[in-house]
Design a binder for this molecule. Structure first.
Ligand SMILES: [Zn+2]
Length: 170
């Protein structure tokens, strides 16, 4: 269904770069290949993010042209979603700690200046439920999701950005 409201104008702009700028396969420097843009609605406003995307340019490398996106992107929002993780956590807190209804949560968000419709609040709550259901202690699930990958990049959210992202290899 087509969007009925326009995407709100960003009141904050940030640029994200890859922390690891060398290819994890061949170790050679990856240059910024192109930029991607995302607009994320957070509790503190609408953020326009420029993502500096890198790719390995060495044709002999097994990761040739594999896309590397800035590690911090995942701390802002889920892939393909416009609402920030802070907003998702806030909605979940209102629902399950304060037992507020969807219309009450919608009202609370509007009072905070978040431009969101009530149906989107329900969708955000669904994302919260999905995130809660994901448990890092569920080894079978993690193995199924990540077992075919050679490595996993762990990153701490931006509130703790002094800790670097870490790459774990098998
Ligand atoms: Zn490479």
């Amino acid at each position: 269904m087509a969007r009925k409201t326009s995407v709100p104008k960003a009141n904050q702009k940030i640029i994200l770069n890859c922390i690891d700028q060398n290819c994890t396969s061949c170790g050679q420097k990856m240059w910024n290949d192109y930029d991607n843009f995302r607009t994320i609605r957070t509790l503190s406003g609408v953020v326009r993010i420029t993502l500096k995307v890198r790719r390995c340019a060495h044709k002999e490398c097994e990761s040739y042209h594999q896309v590397y996106r800035p590690e911090e992107e995942g701390a802002w929002a889920l892939p393909g979603h416009e609402f920030g993780l802070d907003l998702i956590a806030y909605v979940g807190g209102l629902r399950y700690q304060e037992h507020r209804s969807v219309p009450q949560i919608h009202k609370a968000l509007r009072e905070k200046g978040v431009n969101i419709c009530q149906r989107s609040v329900s969708n955000v709550l669904d994302r919260y439920d999905e995130l809660v259901s994901v448990s890092l202690t569920d080894r079978n699930r993690i193995t199924k999701l990540l077992g075919s990958q050679e490595q996993v990049i762990l990153a701490i959210d931006r509130a703790n950005a002094s800790y670097p992202a870490k790459t774990l290899s098998r």
